[in-house]
Ligand binder design. Structure first.
Ligand code: BGC
Length: 453
């Protein structure tokens, strides 16, 4: 007999996107440039010189996109707000047309019974703030709180679930340590400072929310469980470093009030002693944690890999996605049970999960067949169910992504959507995986028992 899948009554099903990846028109109607606008227009930074100038043209096609969500039966939508649409200089003057855009989006979602979940920062820092040092300037916590307040005042009540930051680890690792993402720095001394001010900003935004908002606020992190390549002391220590760096660096201070001790081992003299008052600011009561899960990592010691001295080990017999990530659903169950055990079983949403596989660039007769993505989703949502059975407090699941979109510096070369986007015509076509996910949603998970959808 096949297993039956029952999810908690109030478990919600949705999809996720981010502003710079889908909106296009980054400078329309008085918006200021973001660091991604600048980065994308700097020669050599983006694959194929792609930019977010048009992206999915969601800035104009948002009604059509909401209609598609409705058609697929989505119950929630996680999107991000472009800070520099709302505050073109990052602080001070508010751009009413930017605010209006998000208000219309939220109101139309609500008219369609789709819960809006808003992320305040998904990587597109206003360029004007980067000019003042960006995440390296301690004043950014006040700037972020000011922006957060503008949004809470306008939309709290209609938006009932807010996230402060999306994946601070990626912001610092990609933006300040390895330089592949905006603002493109590569500096061991900057990365810890950027991390810390991201977390102070998170803390201040949550405080602002408690003064102004009445619903839920949380932090979204990406977790990639680390498994040691061998039981050698060196590999075990390397795995511990990798895990501290990626998985504990942000949740530990936010929930437990301190950074992992391995941070100093990793960064040496570049890791400062932070004042206790900062740690108190960072540790704010949260209503939920958003976990983004894509893959796992098997880790081995490697002297040559700066600065962590850890390298991933490829698993020869396993399936890898188009971004070179191993498909490893058990890692999602492991991640969720790890969060439960380490952090006292907080409420968790899987705020992103999905995969880029090769999809045909054009739909054929209105159809895009993507069996690997169906299998990925089936296995990973089953893995969420296993975590619920193990006692984890999981509130919902958001597939990444609603639409094929700009995969940051990889441009349009990777398709993560359950809806196919033809970037020449902007035609949207729900892939087979969207139809599959719609069945899972409509059956509240029961359809997961079928093997052959
Ligand atoms: C990010 C998304 C990104 C996805 C796939 C996450 O790190 O939040 O913006 O597109 O992973 O790489």
């Amino acid at each position: 007999m096949s297993k039956s899948y029952a999810f908690p009554k109030d478990f919600i099903w949705g999809s996720a996107t981010a502003a710079y990846q889908i909106e296009g028109s980054p400078l329309a109607d008085g918006a200021g440039p973001s660091i991604w606008q600048r980065f994308a227009h700097t020669p050599g930074r983006m694959l194929n010189n792609d930019t977010g100038d048009v992206a999915c043209d969601h800035y104009h096609r948002w009604r059509e996109d909401i209609a598609l969500m409705k058609e697929l039966g989505m119950q929630a939508y996680r999107f991000s707000i472009s800070w520099s649409r709302v505050l073109p200089e990052g602080r001070g003057k508010v751009n009413p047309k930017g605010l209006d855009f998000y208000e219309r989006l939220v109101d139309t979602l609500l008219e369609n019974d789709i819960q809006p979940v808003a992320t305040l920062f998904h990587w597109d820092l206003p360029a004007a703030l980067d000019d003042r040092g960006g995440w390296l300037n301690p004043d950014i916590a006040d700037w972020f709180a000011e922006y957060s307040e503008v949004m809470f005042k306008r939309l709290d009540g209609r938006v009932r679930r807010w996230a402060t930051l999306n994946e601070p680890w990626v912001v610092t690792d990609g933006g300040y340590l390895h330089g592949a993402l905006a603002p493109g720095h590569r500096n061991r001394f900057e990365a810890p400072i950027a991390s810390h001010h991201l977390m102070r900003s998170h803390g201040k935004s949550v405080q602002a929310y408690r003064a102004l908002g009445k619903h839920e606020i949380g932090l979204v992190v990406n977790i990639e469980p680390k498994y040691a390549a061998s039981q050698s002391a060196e590999d075990l220590a390397a795995t511990r470093r990798a895990e501290a760096y990626m998985n504990r660096q942000y949740l530990d201070p936010a929930i437990l009030g301190s950074y992992p001790e391995e941070m100093r081992e990793i960064f040496g003299e570049a890791w400062p002693d932070w004042p206790q008052a900062d740690m108190d600011l960072i540790k704010q009561p949260l209503d939920f944690i958003g976990v983004n899960y894509y893959t796992r990592n098997v880790s081995k010691h490697d002297e040559t890999n700066w600065p962590l001295k850890v390298s991933p080990v490829r698993q020869p017999q396993h399936t890898y996605t188009e971004t070179g990530w191993e498909v490893f659903p058990q890692g999602l169950t492991d991640t969720l049970t790890w969060v439960k055990e380490r952090y006292g079983n907080p409420k968790v949403f899987i705020t992103e999960n999905g995969a880029a596989f090769f999809d045909p660039p054009k739909a054929e007769n209105g159809r895009v067949r993507d069996p690997l993505r169906i299998s990925y989703l089936r296995q990973h949502i089953r893995a969420v169910h296993a975590a619920i059975e193990a006692g984890c407090n999981i509130g919902g699941y958001f597939v990444w992504s609603l639409l094929d979109n700009l995969e940051w510096s990889l441009g349009y070369s990777k398709r993560f959507g359950v809806i196919h986007v033809d970037f020449e015509t902007q035609t949207r076509t729900p892939k087979d995986s969207a139809r599959y996910y719609a069945k899972v949603v409509a059956s509240h998970g029961a359809a997961l028992s079928n093997e052959d959808d």
